[in-house]
Design a protein around this ligand. Structure first.
Ligand code: SF4
Ligand code: SF4
Length: 173
């Protein structure tokens, strides 16, 4: 009984790893030698409960199921620093992207923040409203105050929305 459960788990782990490897991209988690260079340069390392080299390690070992349920796979900013730093041509950023794709394919929902970005993109063409920023002098700045041109949304909003919806439909088939 114990053996059957163990071998089932192994098959499932291998299948999940194969699914990650099949997703188009440069993931190559099996090349990883756990040097940690990807993590040392990661933009959001302090925010991650699971560092990039640990995520790659879990993936190469097939410990993917727990990652599919974790918020950590949605925290990566896709700055690509990890890919540039890797001496083994592994692409942790693409490992994160593959995990996100697999998670959605397996029925998970997009995090709320992503849903907000998607609906804002559809409604206005922007992922969020244009906001004021506070400078190092403590002053609040708008684009206008900085002499920057205002950013305009899509000229033909309805046509743009139709194109976005068509793209969503095609990718969700
Ligand atoms: S830099 Fe590359 S080889 Fe080193 S731990 Fe990260 S993914 Fe693995
Ligand atoms: S792409 Fe993601 S995992 Fe890689 S360094 Fe940037 S934030 Fe970190």
């Amino acid at each position: 009984m114990g053996e059957a459960v163990t071998s089932l788990t192994k098959v499932s782990k291998r299948e999940l790893l194969e699914k990650i490897l099949e997703i188009p991209g440069d993931q190559k988690p099996l090349n990883c030698m756990q040097c940690g260079k990807c993590t040392s340069g990661c933009t959001i390392m302090v925010l991650l409960e699971n560092y990039p080299h640990r995520v790659v390690d879990k993936v190469r070992l097939g410990l993917i199921e727990e990652l599919l349920r974790s918020d950590v796979i949605w925290a990566c900013t896709q700055c690509l620093k990890c890919k540039e730093a890797c001496p083994q041509r592994v692409s942790p950023v693409e490992v994160f992207l593959a995990l996100r794709n697999l998670s959605i394919n397996e029925g998970a929902s997009l995090p709320e923040a992503y849903m907000k970005m998607l609906s804002s993109t559809l409604e206005t063409g922007f992922i969020q409203e244009q906001v004021e920023v506070i400078g190092s002098d403590g002053e609040t700045y708008t684009r206008e105050k900085l002499g920057l041109p205002l950013i305009k949304g899509p000229k033909k909003l309805e046509k743009y929305q139709l194109a976005v919806m068509t793209a969503f439909e095609k990718t969700s088939r």
